[in-house]
Design a protein around this ligand. Sequence first.
Ligand code: NAD
Length: 485
Amino acid sequence: MKYAPVQNYINGRFVPAAGNKKMDVISPLDGNLLSTVPMSPASDLDTAVTAAKAAFPAWSKTPIKERVQVFFRYKYLLEKHLRELGELVSEENGKTIGEAIAEVEKCIELTEFATSLPQLVTGEVLEVSKGVECRTEHVPLGVVASIVPFNFPSMVPNWTIPNAIALGNCMVIKPSEKVPLSVGRLAELLKEAGLPDGVFNIVHGDSEIVNAICDHPGIEAVSFVGSTKVAKIVYQRATHNYKRCLALGGAKNHLLVLPDAKADMTAQNVAASMSGCAGQRCMAASAMVGVGSIDHIIDKICAEVLKIVPGENLGAVINKESQQRIERYITEAERGGAKILVDGRNTVVAGKEKGTYVGPTVIDHVTPDMAIAKEEVFGPVISIIRTNTVDEAIAIENASPYGNAASVFTQNGGMARYIIDRASAGMIGVNVGVPVPREPFSFGGWNESKFGVGDITGKSSIEFWTKLKKSTTKWNPEAGVNWMS
Ligand code: NAD
């Protein structure tokens, strides 16, 4: 086992979980055992919430301009340890080292945004009548929770950690049991950056801890990122307990390709979007809807995809179960009459035979009723659906219950606008394969890709992590007003 067993992090110290339940942490790159992760009982969550509650009065009363100094130092430490953090992300998640370093760079950008919060959270004040002022302030909530998925072991935690904590909250995070290592390293860096003990805590585990978070009376707000199935469970359970909740779910992202699209650029974008992070991005292209005659673009997509080599510029999928699920989708589509143009099944990387790889896969003539066209595949697979009109293509996109991202490839600005106005998705790209809004713009989908109000990052997150205090004051003693009136 490469690393010591993973422990919880409570009140500034790594501590063993109560009980003996644990799971192996396996590297998808080569199948090697990295560590074990405890399946903590709910009593460990109680201990973490108690520590966070104790830290809250002092932390929330620390002026925000002082609080963000921690994040200036944290940002520097992320930069200093960029390579090391990237290696850990790659090892536990299976993405390539280049993708993992890009993920940590995104953590740096998220932290940079948090350092600008003092500029963004100024309240408002107005003399509403003679001598009477109304004023608003953003006030932290208290102890908040963040539940995160496997596909970005450091970036998704950093969607919530810097903003929630800089805004004065104390946090308990529940990492994915599949990738528990990176968050522990982030805890060390936060401490080195000067974050007081108890402000940030980690409790590892599975659904038992997630349910306990939703039920815990000491937790004010729950942020969740993961599959739609679990997002629904968490959203219902947390709001049933009168908590504020924002739950981001799964996705099925469509790329609409029009015949006038620039073929080379479109092919490069489609190939990169469907295969980046082995297709395990909630923003990955999964279905391409081709309008009219696009054979020349499909030929170029196949040529691009054939340059992608598993184990070199394509990482592994998270585990054997995922590998088998993705291959099942491909096989079912083939049986249903779709044509496999590039086949990534049965991929083995020499020297990493126990790694869980799926090669890049291009499937043509997929029909909208096939499972591969409707469901989240979460692997390096693009399904091509053919249509005759733009309206048919939009209808296919909008029939999806999800609504994370959609992109259009065209040189026609009017047509792009027509599609932006009609596509039912929270994040739209024009000639962009992965339309992730960068800071300070906020990230969040629509429909069954997100439950709750607002977005998880950027300015929108300020509303989620704070509540507004409104005060009305009267200061005109010269008018002889009674002090107590
Ligand atoms: P997941 O839903 O299986 O797990 C997410 C978290 O929920 C984990 O911490 C896990 O321990 C916990 N969990 C799992 N099953 C649970 C249950 N039955 N009850 C309570 N908690 C449970 O998701 P995943 O497989 O780790 O991540 C991949 C999914 O996340 C994909 O669907 C992807 O689209 C989605 N995702 C969405 C976004 C977004 O911004 N919308 C971002 C990243 C990932």
